[in-house]
Design a protein around this ligand. Structure first.
Ligand SMILES: *Cc1c(COP(=O)(O)O)cnc(C)c1O
Length: 401
């Protein structure tokens, strides 16, 4: 019998088909090999698995429910829409699922410090939470532009005891923060570990982060079967780097379910107006892995836009590029306008305020529901919207919706 998909992909070099790999400066090759070896041995040990399961249950509050969104489904008048409630995971989003895994691995390796970059601050907050739990130091690199924009998250990280390092060169945003965090890691790779925030980066991170997030899909598969006696016909998740989507999809890849990754179509189809990498991009290497990316004519990463800052990334995890290229997953989009409408619809009809990232998935699910009236749709509601309410109320006042 063939091995199941999750054991076959990625291969030993970290490739999903032609996508993935590890494009690293020579000084880091050895370090990433060590992380891979540690993950394969420690990560598969009984103690590690038991400790992580205990954390999931007693600290994170897992399993999160699967919920039938009855009023929203009736309002749309089509398929039944179900939500996997990652907004109810501790810290209010799915990101803690992989941060706790990465930090637990750091603990087993005897590391003292977690280092990472953050854009909007969501990954920084989740990692700072994990660091507090394990008693590790935490250093988060963040562009000065983002520090100004995302002040509440900066405050959260500081309250949690993390050191926030302002990055003041270049565009002073996410890309420079990645460079700065890599430099910091290079200076002290023995005592620290770089903790990537999605299914991106050099091997083994796309695999590790997927495996840590797969708890979402495996829980949801059991819950949905128990609730309905069937598997969902369709799965829908938003895609920035792609971790919440891979978390959901990974448990269903060998099942007869249609899977839709929803990219942010922003305000238009021109470069700079969206962050829909798989929809409009082409093959290229960015941040140490080969995937599909949005490039300028000279090959440099393009500027991107989305109202959801967590989806604002000019590339996508290599596994999504692969699954899309073999047509196992489908790429869908939701634009800013549809997303804001879905944000209000879910709030009004269900009393659930979604993160703007997750509202992209809800927006597409509402379109799909009309096309497939007799089917079921399971949406990964990746996070709650508390972080977005000031922005939404200022720019899209509730009176208009
Ligand atoms: C960061 C974030 C995302 C996007 O990241 P993925 O790796 O694509 O999942 C989606 N939803 C929420 C709530 C986030 O915080």
């Amino acid at each position: 019998m063939d091995k199941p998909y999750l054991k076959l992909f990625p291969n030993e070099e970290g490739y999903f088909g032609k996508f993935g790999g590890a494009f690293l400066p020579p000084q880091l090759i050895e370090q990433f090999k060590k992380i891979e070896q540690a993950y394969l041995t420690i990560g598969n040990s009984h103690n590690f698995i038991m400790e992580l399961r205990d954390i999931r249950k007693h600290y994170q509050g897992r399993p999160t429910p699967v919920y039938y969104a009855k009023r929203l489904s009736e309002y749309v008048g089509g398929a039944r829409i179900y939500l996997k409630r990652e907004d109810l995971n501790h810290t209010g989003a799915h990101k803690l699922n992989h941060c706790m895994g990465e930090a637990l691995l750091a603990k087993y390796l005897g590391k003292k410090k977690l280092i990472a970059e953050t854009g909007a601050g969501q990954h920084g907050v989740a990692l700072a939470t994990a660091a507090a739990y394990f008693g590790l130091e935490c250093e988060i690199h963040m562009g000065e532009v983002d520090i100004k924009k995302e002040h509440p998250n900066v405050t959260r990280m500081k309250i949690l005891g993390a050191k926030v390092v302002p990055v003041g060169f270049g565009g002073k945003t996410l890309k420079e923060a990645v460079d700065s965090a890599f430099d910091a890691y290079l200076k002290d790779p023995d005592n620290s570990i770089y903790a990537i925030g999605s299914v991106v980066g050099p091997h083994p991170f796309p695999k590790m982060v997927r495996d840590f997030q797969s708890v979402v899909g495996f829980e949801a598969r059991d819950q949905f079967l128990e609730m309905t006696g069937n598997l969902p016909d369709n799965l829908v998740a938003c895609v920035g780097g792609g971790s919440n989507a891979m978390g959901l999809f990974s448990a269903f890849i060998d099942d007869p379910c249609e899977m839709y990754g929803v990219e942010p179509a922003g305000t238009g189809a021109k470069l700079g107006e969206h962050a829909a990498s798989l929809t409009y991009g082409s093959e290229g290497v960015l941040h140490g892995f080969n995937s599909i990316m949005l490039k300028n004519e000279d090959g440099s990463p393009a500027a991107v836009h989305s109202i959801a800052s967590g989806l604002d990334y000019p590339s996508v995890g290599p596994e999504h590029a692969h699954l899309n290229s073999i047509h196992r997953t489908k790429v869908a989009t939701a634009n800013d306008k549809e997303t804001i409408q879905a944000f209000y619809d879910l709030s009004h009809y269900e009393g659930i305020i979604p993160a703007l990232e997750s509202a992209h998935a809800v927006a597409f699910a509402m379109k799909l529901a009309k096309e497939k009236p007799y089917e079921s749709i399971l949406v990964n509601l990746s996070g709650r919207g508390d972080k977005d309410i000031d922005f939404v109320v200022e720019n899209y006042p509730p009176e208009n919706y």
